[in-house]
Design a protein around this ligand. Sequence first.
Ligand SMILES: NC(=O)c1ccc[n+]([C@@H]2O[C@H](COP(=O)([O-])OP(=O)(O)OC[C@H]3O[C@@H](n4cnc5c(N)ncnc54)[C@H](O)[C@@H]3O)[C@@H](O)[C@H]2O)c1
Ligand SMILES: O=C(O)C(=O)C[C@@H](O)[C@H](O)[C@H](O)COP(=O)(O)O
Ligand SMILES: [Zn+2]
Length: 347
Amino acid sequence: MTVKINLPHDNSYEIFIDKLNELYFDTKVVIVTNPTVSGFHLEYLKSKLNAKELSICTIPDGEQYKHMETIESILEHCFTKRLDRKSLLVAFGGGVIGDMTGFAASIYQRGIDFVQIPTTLLSQVDASVGGKTGINNKFGKNLIGAFHQPNAVYIDPSMLKTLPKREFGAGVAEIVKMAVTFNKEFFEWLEQNDINKEENLKIAIQKSVETKAYVVSQDEKEHGIRAALNYGHTFGHVVENETNYNTYLHGEAVGIGMMMANEVSVKLGLMSKEDALRVKRLLEVYDIPTSYKIKDVEDFYEHFFLDKKSLDNKIKFILARGIGDCLITDETSKEDIIKVLKGFSRD
Ligand SMILES: NC(=O)c1ccc[n+]([C@@H]2O[C@H](COP(=O)([O-])OP(=O)(O)OC[C@H]3O[C@@H](n4cnc5c(N)ncnc54)[C@H](O)[C@@H]3O)[C@@H](O)[C@H]2O)c1
Ligand SMILES: O=C(O)C(=O)C[C@@H](O)[C@H](O)[C@H](O)COP(=O)(O)O
Ligand SMILES: [Zn+2]
């Protein structure tokens, strides 16, 4: 099936969800990938992809390498292969590869094209769609980057057969995010259907991509509704940063972040305790962590000021309003947030 994402300035593109078809690009192409993904799937991709000239740029695997040095190495590969402005980068991997390849494409000779071929559940349901690209630095997560839309996204769910269970769970967390914020029926469906089953997995990917495309089509650069896709992330990004990007997978940190956001929602009367428990139970089915021990609550809170949603020193939170709806607000009091954070700091 195909999902269309409608954007201004010729930025619209299609997201294909199916077994990979033959691809032909009449230009120089660089596939950016890592040793894990290439070990499993590069031969398959190469059997489908034809280009005028093809090279492979292999970068190290892991969120801890999502930084400027790796971007430099991708750019170096592009210069060495004499890529021009008609050339194309192919992001072949999970969200880390996608975010970095997209960012490199956005700055190489002031911007060249790229396509996404996502290979993790998380990147198939979320990261490959919408054009957020970037890297981390010591100040926080994704603080450097650009909006740069891919020309197309090719989602082949069969590539997920080699994905470790923990990575699968991380992807489920982003699926749950889409359902809690935008789609009550989808959430109920998730409660009743095991997405480890192939036929259900395809439905879950499709529904998530449709949700993301619907949101991004309305608000490409996050001036409004797109911020809702950050539900769980304001807290989750701090968890990732203070554990040095080597303890929790991004999706796991988002799972913890959604639990924190829901505690705020319950405190403000936006969500019942029962609904918060339903979200927790659904995450637990896929072994996604739902608890975290904050060491220093004030320090944790300070991180929020560098969150990209924060404006004029006001922190923005995405709160669930029951299940299937959400509230984007910068009016929560520090006192309320600190009380919730303290609940996550006790033994
Ligand atoms: N741009 C966006 O809109 C967006 C959205 C969500 C997340 N993200 C970013 O995405 C990143 C997380 O992405 P992720 O969860 O895909 O992590 P990841 O890219 O680190 O991939 C997870 C692991 O799975 C391996 N892997 C990939 N495909 C595989 C396969 N088919 N079989 C076996 N192993 C495979 C990878 O090599 C890696 O070790 C974070 O950096 C996050 O910030 C971006
Ligand atoms: O596409 C979006 O918008 C999202 O917020 C998707 C998130 O899942 C993703 O993790 C994103 O990278 C977070 O955005 P950021 O702007 O907070 O870095
Ligand atoms: Zn995310």
